[in-house]
Ligand binder design. Structure first.
Ligand SMILES: [Zn+2]
Ligand SMILES: [Zn+2]
Length: 658
């Protein structure tokens, strides 16, 4: 008999948590079962197999007791504690807990107060308007309960996640790649395709493409990988399987001469391929996963590389992230239509990070060292402001101290500039959490909405525009508040937000947290087209999540953001301008990622009011003159708002400062 899947074990643990809650268990016990269920559901390998070896405790959130419960479940098909609890409550009561708006806690209340023990009894009580006699319940619940019961509610919910966030799926995909490459040895090629390769927000399945001289052997070897739960078919053209974490896997095998066709076809998206096929037909060409059939000659061309496929169709190569049928085919037909997309290497620093001063897990110095390790030139420390509401936050007095700590750390940590910043809350009326005077002491202010999401579009738009127009706000964090697969964006008029941001030079963020990726690809592209400067950052809450920059870059690439359309290509040699120790400008920043754009306030130097390069130089000169012998750290200036497009020379800057 096959072992239980991770999903089945997770469902059992989840049910046990519900039963304990129904039984009135203390809340952290209930939560422990729920988080264990989540960890099991997402585990890349078989938890049943781990438990058999006594190693299920290696999964986060699973201790010895839980491991025993899992073993009991594997051996007997049930968990004794769950059996006991099930016997204690009428089965109808358990059914009620699955109704939306009820849950175990309310079911318990309904049972003890009104003696309700089944969906039928609940319906009667709702119809008789008895629910409202219980404290905390009202007519609204009566109405929603009736709707849910009429819709056939009361069955256990389908808990399996339908889509998985990119990082987790990519981790599994890369394990499969490594495993298959190892098994197949030399000569075989295995690659990722599908939405994983397009770096989408979330994915439903893993597409693998391989070429080998022994296809059947390779297809069968998929079953031997420890991430694979079951294989439903395997033959010389490929295999279908399912991972322990619930992802379906499609492995397709081709001859090396067809690799390009297969990669192109299975990287998608469906919309991109449909548009591609339609355009090809007009040229007398038929595109499929096997090749390109030429009507005129009757010959099918196969391509070893994707470049070959696009070339054959008269198109420039299209990066996977752009293959969404969002204008990429038209662009690929014109000589210089496709952007050179931004890459991780283009990033020079990170302007959104947290430390133990708010809800982060590392110190300023630890974050600074880790950022330096990544090759960054600067890192802004932006802890949460006072009304954040998630626990730890930074009061105005503490912020003063925090600025000092950042300055001190900056002295100690060589080779990187640590900027004193804040992620300041945008209050419901659009005002900020700190007084302007205090904000004025910071190098970098990013403002975000963290509360009152449901306020309505007009109010929310006014709220955000007020923050955008605040002269000390340099960027808006996670501008729509969405959580991928979990929370919709709040209602806000983005066109109005983009217009305000473009007008004031306030940057909008692509937050790299893989749950957020906010702005989204579509929105970031619209913002950039509206003239908004985009800042890509990690929102790291610990050293390890500085890595989130990667998902921000993925979104930026899907948003067509490049570094050849603005900025850098025009200032190719503007990287470092050493003004004899008076002013060091580490660069005109990358394209849309104008980290510095219209003049960052750095080390007290406020350049945003400068109206021209000359004016800017004047301000720098005045500042330098007041601080003889002192290095001033700053960035370059923005090309879009000023007419001159060459950087100032050392001599020019020296001339103003002397
Ligand atoms: Zn935030
Ligand atoms: Zn943050």
């Amino acid at each position: 008999m096959p072992e239980l899947s991770n999903t089945a074990i997770a469902d059992a643990l989840e049910e046990l948590g519900d039963l304990y809650e129904l039984d009135g268990a203390i809340v952290h016990r209930v939560l422990a079962y729920r988080s264990a269920a989540k960890a099991v559901r997402e585990a890349p390998v078989s938890v049943a197999a781990l438990a058999r070896e006594g190693r299920a405790v290696e999964v986060a959130g699973i201790g010895k007791t839980l491991q025993e419960k899992i073993l009991a479940l594997l051996d007997t098909g049930t968990i004794p504690a769950a059996e006991r609890l099930r016997a204690k409550f009428p089965p109808g009561l358990i059914a009620i807990t699955h109704l939306p708006g009820i849950g175990p806690k309310r079911a318990r209340l309904l049972h003890s107060e009104l003696g309700i023990d089944s969906p039928e009894a609940l319906r009667e009580a709702a119809l008789g308007e008895h629910l409202r006699t219980v404290r905390g319940l009202g007519p609204k619940l009566e109405a929603s309960v009736l709707v849910a019961l009429d819709a056939g509610g009361g069955r256990p919910p389908q808990r399996a996640a339908s889509r998985i966030l990119l990082p987790r799926a990519l981790e599994v995909g890369e394990m499969l790649l490594a495993g298959l490459r190892e098994i197949s040895g030399d000569g075989a090629q295995v690659e990722l395709a599908g939405s994983l390769r397009r770096q989408a927000d979330s994915v439903k399945d893993i597409d693998l493409i391989a070429t080998t001289t022994r296809p059947t052997t390779l297809a069968r070897s998929l079953a031997r990988l420890e991430e694979i739960e079951s294989v439903s078919s395997a033959g010389k053209s490929g295999a279908r399987a399912r991972t322990h974490s619930g992802l379906s896997v499609d492995l397709r095998i081709a001859r090396p001469a067809q690799l390009g066709n297969l990669m192109q076809h299975f990287t998608g998206s469906g919309a991109h391929n449909a548009a591609l096929r339609e355009a090809a037909v007009r040229r007398g060409l038929h595109v499929s996963e096997y090749g390109i059939l030429d009507d005129a000659t009757g010959i099918t061309h196969t391509c070893a590389s994707e470049q070959g496929v696009y070339e054959c169709l008269g198109l420039a190569y299209i990066e996977p992230e752009l293959r969404e049928d969002r204008g990429e085919l038209e662009a690929a037909r014109s000589a210089d239509g496709l952007p050179r997309l931004i890459a991780l290497d283009d990033i020079r620093g990170d302007l959104h990070s947290h430390t133990i001063a708010s809800d982060g897990h590392n110190t300023i110095e630890e974050m600074g060292l880790a950022a330096r390790e990544r090759g960054y030139e600067y890192l802004a420390i932006t802890d949460h402001s006072a009304s954040h509401g998630f626990g730890n936050d930074v009061s105005p007095e503490q912020l003063g101290r925090q600025i000092e700590l950042i300055r001190e750390a900056n002295e100690r940590v060589a080779g990187i500039e640590l900027l004193a910043g804040s992620e300041v809350n945008i209050l419901p009326d659009g005002s900020l959490d700190y007084e302007d005077q205090l904000l004025g002491e910071l190098d970098w202010v990013i403002a975000s909405v963290h509360t009152s999401f449901g306020m309505g579009e007009q109010k929310m738009t006014e709220r955000m525009i007020a923050a955008i127009e605040h002269p000390l706000v340099r960027a808006i964090g996670h501008p729509t508040g969405r959580l991928i697969e979990r929370r919709a964006p709040y209602a806000v008029d983005l066109d109005a937000v983009f217009a305000a941001a473009a007008r004031t030079g306030t940057m909008l963020e692509i937050n790299g947290n893989p749950d957020r990726r906010d702005l989204s690809d579509v929105n970031a592209r619209a913002a950039a087209r509206a003239g908004v400067k985009i800042v890509i950052d990690s929102d790291a809450h610990r050293v390890a999540t500085l890595e989130n920059m990667r998902w921000g870059i993925a979104t930026a690439r899907r948003a067509w953001l490049g570094s050849d359309d603005v900025g850098r290509s025009q200032f190719a040699r503007a990287d470092v301008i050493d003004l004899g120790g008076a002013f060091v400008a580490p660069g005109f920043v990358d394209s849309h990622i104008h980290l510095t754009a219209t003049g960052l306030t750095l080390t007290g130097l406020y350049l945003r009011h400068a109206t021209s390069r000359g004016h800017c130089l004047q301000l720098i000169g005045d500042y330098a003159a007041a601080r003889p012998g002192q290095a001033i750290w700053g960035h370059g200036w923005d090309d879009s708002s000023w007419p001159e497009d060459t950087p100032p020379t050392t001599a020019a800057a020296m001339a103003v400062s002397s």
